[in-house]
Design a protein around this ligand. Sequence first.
Ligand SMILES: *[C@@H]1O[C@H](CO)[C@@H](O)[C@H](O)[C@H]1NC(C)=O
Ligand SMILES: *[C@@H]1O[C@H](CO)[C@@H](O)[C@H](O)[C@H]1NC(C)=O
Ligand SMILES: *[C@@H]1O[C@H](CO)[C@@H](O)[C@H](O)[C@H]1NC(C)=O
Ligand SMILES: *[C@@H]1O[C@H](CO)[C@@H](O)[C@H](O)[C@H]1NC(C)=O
Ligand SMILES: *[C@@H]1O[C@H](CO)[C@@H](O)[C@H](O)[C@H]1NC(C)=O
Length: 574
Amino acid sequence: MGPRACLLGLLALFVAGKCSYSPEPDQQWTLPPGWVSLGRADPEEELSLTFALRQQNLERLSELVQAVSDPGSSRYGKYLTLEDVAELVRPSPLTLHTVQKWLLAAGARNCHSVTTQDFLTCWLSVRQAELLLSGAEFHHYMGGPAETHVVRSPRPYRLPKALASHVDFVGGLHRFPPTSTLRQRPKPQVPGTVGLHLRVTPGTVGLHLGVTPSVIRERYNLTAQDVGSGMTNNSQACAQFLEQYFHESDLAEFMHLFGGSFAHQASVARVVGQQGRGQAGIEASLDVEYLMSAGANISTWVYSSPGRHESQEPFLQWLLLLSNESALPHVHTVSYGDDEDSLSSAYIQRVNTELMKAAARGLTVLFASGDSGAGCWSVSGRHRFRPSFPASSPYVTTVGGTSFQNPFRVTDEVVDYISGGGFSNVFPRPSYQEEAVAQYLSSSPHLPPSSYFNASGRAYPDVAALSDGYWVVSNHVPIPWVSGTSASTPVFGGLLSLINEHRILRGLPPLGFLNPRLYQKHGEGLFDVTRGCHESCLNEEVEGQGFCSGPGWDPVTGWGTPNFPALLKTLINP
Ligand SMILES: *[C@@H]1O[C@H](CO)[C@@H](O)[C@H](O)[C@H]1NC(C)=O
Ligand SMILES: *[C@@H]1O[C@H](CO)[C@@H](O)[C@H](O)[C@H]1NC(C)=O
Ligand SMILES: *[C@@H]1O[C@H](CO)[C@@H](O)[C@H](O)[C@H]1NC(C)=O
Ligand SMILES: *[C@@H]1O[C@H](CO)[C@@H](O)[C@H](O)[C@H]1NC(C)=O
Ligand SMILES: *[C@@H]1O[C@H](CO)[C@@H](O)[C@H](O)[C@H]1NC(C)=O
């Protein structure tokens, strides 16, 4: 068959073989633990699939991100609007036309685009989708803590070759909704003082029984005045991708128990997406409760499970929402991640571009660094550390975790051994961290064997905060010892919102993408965490130990944890 036969209109029969390509040949397909197959989907069932269209001018976009985020540039803080971003990245007329024609011919209905026109979501029947996406075979699955139902294809899909320069990938086929990485650990024992915790009440003689907003505020040197003024339209957001909800009544109870010493807002300003009626999730409760008590008295949005249909990928849907609304909160915190190696490179690169679009608009996007230390996996029989994505994206600020040196006192912080960190195998080291990472690699006395990590990759986290032993109210019950970088991320995000508040009051632009400034200032305004190592592969070569923290930046706690007044001082300058 000659190349002339590779036409778009031809049916699936011809799409196989030479006339087709696989956009995501490296996308892993595995049924995650705890999920079961419920059998093949009915051919007449309706699916909502997401098509990622090829964008333009990405080089230019990356130069602009560099310029608006670098305090040394004359464009610093001059962020692009969503419309500016759309002008730049919008797919070419040929791409828009080719993809639309193809979808129309396949019977796709009700296609919706976003402001930047680089995504389309369309409705198709299973029968139509299986013809259109040659090789795909849709099945029902059920799993996760909330017994979520999804439709996915265990078999790879191919697209007509004529689309190769127009479509990055099709979302809703392979990737499962994320599972929470939250950890609930056993309560620590005070050495030699068994039972002490039963006799003291929180707040007395410097002892505390776990991390609460007042412990956070004490450690990070916040005063009662460090809250939102109510005189700006400053706002912040957290995003949930599990079938998990927070309850307003839990937030109220949490603030009643723990919010006595600082002004705060009693409810969430806006929920984007659907809030189901189910049980509250600890993860969702934690994010909202700590974002709203660190970034106290600041208007807060919650993006809640925006995957509204069984065939949607919730994380992808959140990215679409960002590209479809021009006025968004300045700070976004996200406790979500996948193993970098489990995702196709088309998907990873495209998600990274979406994060770059957010950075261009001056959004500060924080991701949890993960809760498995350096991670571990086996590649052709050899162990390696396992980086996590989007934590490894060069366009986000990644937050690691710490513990108090003495778990019952507000003391210096040490590494929380779960704190995710390491080096990307996909993204090269960005220039803003060149010096800091080179310094770490050349001076750390405890580097793991070089075969375990890719020293040339983007290194993370960038910063850290307490991640160990939090109190959370969920379903009316106060729950102790909740841990994970899911906790440190909203805390750091809330403090950046307080700094934005001061900047906005002074007529300055919000912080935007923080990393270039953070690294230029060598982590000024942060407590350097210098003690402890995180976990990794359990074998003789590394004996469960990944990287270790040290003076300055390290791939366990980044530059360290916030000393609010000092951080404000360094980040308030134009
Ligand atoms: C984007 O927003 C427009 C206008 O509000 C809406 O009509 C459209 O459906 C949205 N797109 C998606 C993919 O939801
Ligand atoms: C902040 O806290 C640290 C340790 O808790 C303390 O040493 C420091 O003096 C405090 N104040 C400022 C303004 O940094
Ligand atoms: C908190 O915000 C409200 C408005 O939302 C404002 O009236 C109040 O003064 C703020 N509290 C403090 C202590 O600034
Ligand atoms: C905040 O106010 C500015 C100026 O009035 C406006 O441009 C921006 O869209 C507002 N932001 C939000 C999130 O409402
Ligand atoms: C190491 O990282 C670079 C990007 O910095 C990547 O191109 C390369 O493939 C990675 N090597 C391995 C073995 O993963």
